[in-house]
Ligand binder design. Structure first.
Ligand SMILES: Cc1ncc(COP(=O)(O)O)c(C=O)c1O
Length: 424
C-alpha cells in the first residue's frame, strides 16, 4: 500500500469502504463487488496501468468503458488542464470563453464532412438529448427510429432510444414517437422511416450490445433511406469515436457523414467528463433564434474544454487511430486463435480497431473469466446490453508488451476455466 495512505479495514479493499459504499452510495454495487471478490480500491492510473491501494498493478484492457483512449493521466492533457486551472476553473458565463471556442473549432476541423457547430455537455446521454431535440425542432417531426440492441444512455430521452427492456421497463412511459427496428437490416429500416420521421439514431458499431459490426452497405443505406424521407441521420459515436475503431470516427470506415454526431467518453481525455453533439450548421440554425432554448450551465466549461482540446491534439499527434488499427488487427487474430482452441468456451470474437468482443458460449463463462482475470491483474468489462460478451477496449496507446501480456493471461484463464465450463 502506498505510504501516504491510511490503512482502512482488514480485507484487500478495506471492508469499511465497501460497507460505506453500500450505506452512502448504492448497496447493490457494494453487494456485487463483494460477491465477485473484486474489492480492491483503485489508487493511481498511469498509461495502461492501474495501481490499487495495496500496490497491486493491473493491466487496463477496458479503459473505463472506453473513456481512456489516451490512457490514464496523459501528460499533455494533465498539463493543459493544470495550466487552465491556474487561471480559471468554471466560466462566469458573462464573458466570452476561449477554451470552448477553441475546442469547437478543433472538432469542426477533425470531424468529417460539414459537421461544424458543437453543443457541449458532460456525458453521452446528454449529447444524445441534444441530438434528439435538434432533430425534432429542425424537421418539425416527432418520430425517431432507433435500433434493437442500440445503447444511447439512460436519461429519459436517450433511454427512449436505448432498446434494452431491463433499463426501460421501470420508467415508462418513455417519450412517445420512438420505434426500434433490427440493427443492420435495411429492409426493416426502409419500412419504418417515413414522412413523419425526424431522425434515425444509430451506433456505427454497437458497443454495449457486444461489438456488433454492421455490413458494409448498412450505413450508406441508412443515409440513403433518410435522405429519401427528409429525415436526419444521427450517428452516436460516444463509444466508437476518437480513434477507438481504427479511424478518428467510425463512420469514416464507411465513408458516410451524419447530420449530427454525438461524442463523449474519451473526449474529456480521460481526465474530465465531456460530451458534445456536433451538428451541420444549417440544421443547428434552428437554435439560433433562442440560443438558450437548450443549455447547460457547466457545458463547455474552461477545464473540460481545455482537456478536450488537448485530447484531440494527442489523438492526432500520436496517430491513435492507426495505433488502434494495428494493435486491434493483431489482438483480433490472437483472440480468434483462442476461440479456435477453446470453441466450447468462446463462441465467437468480433472487433474493429481496439473495440473487441469475446462472445461466450455460456453466459457464466464471461463472468468467470472476467473475475479470474481481475485476480490475475487484468481489467476487462462485460457488455451492458449483452452479458455474454466480454469487452476488450484498452487505451489506444497501450504498449505492445502490456497488450500481449494481458491477452496471454486471457488465453491462460480461458484454458483453465474450460474444463469447469464443460462440466456445467
Ligand atoms: C454509444 C453510446 N451512447 C451513449 C452512451 C451514454 O454515455 P454516458 O454514460 O456518458 O451517458 C454510451 C455509454 O456507454 C454509449 O456507449
Amino acid at each position: 500500500m502506498p505510504e501516504e495512505l491510511s490503512t482502512s479495514g482488514s480485507g484487500p479493499a478495506g471492508d469499511d469502504l465497501l460497507e460505506d459504499l453500500g450505506k452512502y452510495v448504492n448497496p447493490g454495487r457494494s453487494r456485487i463487488y463483494r460477491l465477485m471478490g473484486m474489492t480492491n480500491i483503485e489508487y493511481r492510473g498511469e498509461g495502461s496501468r492501474v495501481i490499487d491501494e495495496q500496490g497491486n498493478e493491473f493491466i487496463d484492457l477496458c479503459a473505463g468503458y472506453a473513456v481512456l483512449n489516451m490512457g490514464h493521466r496523459h501528460p499533455t492533457i494533465i498539463e493543459a488542464v493544470t495550466r487552465q486551472l491556474e487561471k480559471m476553473g468554471l466560466a462566469t458565463k458573462t464573458m466570452l470563453s476561449r477554451p470552448e471556442v477553441d475546442l469547437a473549432r478543433s472538432l469542426a476541423d477533425i470531424t468529417p464532412g460539414g459537421l461544424q457547430r458543437s453543443f457541449f455537455c458532460a456525458s453521452g446521454a446528454e449529447a444524445v438529448e441534444v441530438a434528439l431535440k435538434v432533430a425534432r425542432m429542425h424537421t418539425g417531426r416527432k418520430k425517431i427510429v432507433a435500433t434493437e440492441g442500440g445503447f444511447h444512455g439512460k436519461t429519459l430521452g436517450a433511454l427512449s432510444a436505448t432498446s434494452k427492456g431491463t433499463y426501460r421497463d421501470a420508467f415508462g412511459p418513455l417519450l412517445p414517437g420512438f420505434i426500434h427496428v433490427p440493427y443492420d437490416d435495411l429492409a426493416a429500416l426502409q419500412e419504418a422511416v417515413d414522412e413523419n420521421t425526424a431522425a434515425v439514431i444509430v451506433e456505427v458499431i454497437q458497443g454495449e450490445s457486444g461489438v456488433v459490426i454492421p455490413g458494409d452497405d448498412y450505413l450508406p443505406g441508412v443515409r440513403r433511406i433518410c435522405d429519401d424521407a427528409g429525415a436526419l441521420v444521427i450517428f452516436d459515436e460516444v463509444q466508437t469515436g476518437l480513434g477507438r475503431t481504427g479511424a478518428n470516427f467510425a463512420c469514416e470506415h464507411y465513408d458516410v457523414v451524419p447530420d449530427i454526431m454525438t461524442l463523449a467518453k474519451s473526449l474529456g481525455g480521460g481526465v474530465v467528463p465531456l460530451g458534445a453533439a456536433i451538428v451541420l450548421p444549417e440544421i443547428f440554425d434552428v437554435f439560433d433564434e433562442n440560443p438558450w432554448i437548450h443549455s447547460s450551465t457547466t457545458g463547455g466549461n474552461p477545464v473540460a474544454a481545455s482537456a478536450g482540446y488537448a485530447a484531440l491534439q494527442v489523438l492526432q499527434e500520436e496517430n491513435l487511430a492507426e495505433q488502434a488499427r494495428e494493435k486491434g488487427d493483431w489482438a483480433l487474430e490472437y483472440l480468434k486463435r483462442v476461440q479456435y482452441d477453446y470453441p466450447t468456451v468462446i463462441s465467437g470474437v468480433s472487433g474493429r480497431g481496439l473495440l473487441l468482443g469475446m462472445h461466450f458460449a455460456d453466459p457464466s463463462g464471461g463472468v468467470m473469466v472476467l473475475t479470474e482475470l481481475f485476480n490475475r491483474g487484468v481489467l476487462v468489462v462485460p457488455s451492458l446490453m449483452n452479458w455474454t460478451v466480454m469487452r476488450i477496449a484498452p487505451p489506444l496507446n497501450i504498449p505492445d508488451e502490456d497488450l500481449h501480456a494481458g491477452l496471454k493471461r486471457v488465453r491462460k484463464v480461458v484454458e483453465e476455466v474450460a474444463p469447469q465450463l464443460e462440466e456445467m
